[in-house]
Design a protein around this ligand. Structure first.
Ligand code: ZN
Length: 277
């Protein structure tokens, strides 16, 4: 009898289905000191980074709860563990379309365990890696994601290889900056790639070496989102970066304070909701 009840309950438990509509929904998932963003538009999905390996379970559950079964695009902005540490474990749980990452010179290709595992998953799933090139456009329902960086093939600092994306949905523009620093930001300014935007995923967790004045002057973001861990050892976000960002916006959300942040665009307006106030 009890067995029959459990079976009935099991049958009642429906798997969530991905909501398909014309909005662009951006989730800045709280992965402590790291980066992880999920974009959904028109039933298509893009995951930008995954956070450290200890967050792979949380990220996987978060995606599954939204009904995500397939990641049409996976973007690995650059091969640091706070961005890709959990990527292999997350990818194992989903069908994967295209994997996008920066081209790295041989001497900068990491030999870290997490990166080897990432390559293994790509091989097992027979995925091809797409090198992010400035001007590449990836369609995501009604939204499009355009690569703005990296603009060079060799950098001293691995952070500057970060794939930077401009995502446009109707009149709304979002930038995802990875850990791009001042050098890469200046290259985007000099190449004339930037214009005013609505939402800025702040570069390098609010480090003082990112969000330079020239970049902010071009983009003048109305909303800024900082992905960083509470009491992180780097002091992110830094006062200098916060001050520069505050020149353009008082609307700054932080995963260490607000938890996971969701910003929905209908193409004309944005709606922000946060896990914590
Ligand atoms: Zn980082």
């Amino acid at each position: 009898m009890l067995g029959a009840v459990f079976f009935w309950l099991y049958k009642q438990r429906k798997e969530p289905e991905l909501e398909v509509n014309d909005d662009l929904s951006v989730h800045y998932i709280d992965v402590g000191q790291g980066d992880c963003e999920l974009l959904i538009s028109g039933g298509k999905t893009m995951l930008i980074d995954s956070g450290e390996s200890q967050y792979a379970g949380k990220v996987t559950d978060y995606l599954k709860d939204l009904g995500v079964k397939r990641l049409d695009y996976v973007v690995a902005t650059h091969p640091h563990s706070d961005h890709m540490g959990g990527m292999s474990r997350v990818m194992e749980n989903f069908d994967i379309g295209e994997v996008i990452m920066p081209a790295l010179p041989d001497e900068d290709v990491p030999t870290t365990v997490f990166f080897e595992k990432f390559l293994d998953v790509c091989e097992n799933k027979e995925l091809t890696l797409t090198e992010a090139k400035v001007g590449n456009v990836f369609q995501l329902g009604d939204a499009k994601a355009e690569v703005l960086a990296p603009n060079q093939t060799k950098y001293e600092d691995v952070n500057n290889y970060s794939v930077v994306l401009l995502v446009t949905h109707g009149s709304k523009k979002f930038i995802f900056d990875g850990d791009a620093e001042k050098l890469s930001e200046k290259e985007m300014v000099d190449a004339g790639l930037l214009s005013r935007i609505d939402v800025y995923k702040v570069g390098h967790h609010g480090s003082n070496s990112s969000s330079c004045a020239a970049f902010l002057k071009e983009t003048q973001p109305k909303i800024a989102v900082i992905s960083c861990g509470a009491d992180n050892p780097y002091g992110h976000p830094r006062d200098g970066a916060l001050k520069r960002i505050s020149t353009y916006t008082g609307e700054i959300y932080r995963t260490d304070l607000n938890g996971t942040i969701n910003i929905v665009s209908d193409g004309k307006e944005l709606t922000v909701s946060t896990e914590r106030k």
